[in-house]
Design a protein around this ligand. Structure first.
Ligand SMILES: [Fe+2]
Ligand SMILES: [Fe+2]
Length: 239
């Protein structure tokens, strides 16, 4: 796979989920018109991206694929949970809570992130990640969690989340794992200016105990979500 398409011009069609609804026209017809024996649609390793090892592990994605902003956000959330003496399942959930935003998809990111990690973490960690998205919109005075100021800026002060979010937040509040997911929302803070550098390696022991790295590498273990990890390894594949 890695040495395919050598010596040819390789065209990249951006994923529709990130383009549709924007001012960018669909470039597909124009790209297809450029195909020739010397010009192909990209498949396999994109040399513009850092090379991934043949059996990628979680932190390889942090280093070689995830965007800096999301990495800082995830590491900071997890570090704050750790410093607050939270248990490892909360630290793990914080470390992974927005993982789909880093290289895959943003819309419904809690649901995508939970699905991406579900085969490798405890059911409770995946559950906490799934429901943090909905719980973020709802204050809980009993633990000092207020509606995020950042959400007023992101969505407008009058934004009301849709029905499925309200319903899922209600379900989550009644669930025995509510506080695990609520804890994720409490450490889910954006640090726009003051981004201390956190070495992801400080979490390697916690990852070792709470994230089952598949022997074949993420993307190659035949799990129901392996294709999602492969999509992050080869985000520019045409098909
Ligand atoms: Fe989130
Ligand atoms: Fe977050």
């Amino acid at each position: 796979m890695t040495e395919v398409q050598q010596g040819r011009r390789r065209l990249i069609l951006p994923a529709p989920v990130g383009r549709i609804g924007t001012s960018q026209p669909n470039p597909e017809p124009e790209l297809l018109a450029q195909l020739s024996p010397d010009t192909v649609m990209m498949m396999g390793d994109n040399p513009a991206l850092p090379k991934m090892p043949p059996k990628p592990r979680l932190l390889d994605f942090f280093r070689a694929r995830f965007d800096d902003f999301t990495v800082t956000h995830l590491l900071t959330s997890a570090k704050r949970a750790l410093d607050a003496g939270q248990d490892e399942k909360v630290v793990t959930a914080c470390l992974l809570h927005d993982i789909s935003n880093a290289c895959l998809v943003r819309s419904d990111h809690g649901y995508w992130s939970a699905q991406l990690i579900a085969p490798y973490v405890s059911e409770e960690v995946a559950w906490a990640v799934k429901y943090h998205q909905a719980l973020r919109y709802f204050a809980d005075d009993s633990v000092g969690y207020a509606y995020p100021e950042s959400y007023r800026a992101f969505f407008g002060a009058d934004y009301v989340p849709p029905e499925y979010i309200r319903r899922d937040a209600e379900d989550a509040k009644r669930h025995r794992w509510y506080m695990t997911s609520r804890s994720v929302t409490m450490f889910d803070i954006y640090f726009f200016d003051r981004s201390e550098t956190i070495d992801p390696e400080i979490f390697s022991d916690i990852i070792g105990r709470n994230f089952k790295e598949p022997d074949e590498g993420l993307g190659f273990d035949g799990s129901p979500v392996a294709h999602m990890w492969r999509t992050m390894i080869w985000p520019n594949n045409f098909l």
